[in-house]
Design a protein around this ligand. Structure first.
Ligand code: SF4
Length: 67
């Protein structure tokens, strides 16, 4: 799994960092999302998926590996 974030769409709601803090953080100055882990472990998938669904800006894209 790979993740992309669109900081241009991010409105700084912070839902991602609350939901999956190992993967997302927020820039302290800009308030926008920081992607800590672009290629999370499978064990983090559920939290990442939840974060993507909760993001009000639709700024998180999950790209699943084609096995
Ligand atoms: S939940 Fe979405 S809008 Fe909010 S900080 Fe994360 S990426 Fe940005």
């Amino acid at each position: 799994m790979r993740i992309e974030v669109d900081t241009g769409r991010c409105c700084g709601a912070g839902m991602c960092a609350l939901t999956a803090p190992a993967v997302f953080d927020q820039d302290e100055e800009a308030g926008t999302v920081l992607l800590l882990t672009p290629e999370p472990l499978a064990s983090q998938f559920a939290a990442v998926q939840e974060a993507a669904q909760l993001c009000p800006a639709g700024a998180i894209t999950i790209l699943e590996d084609k096995a």
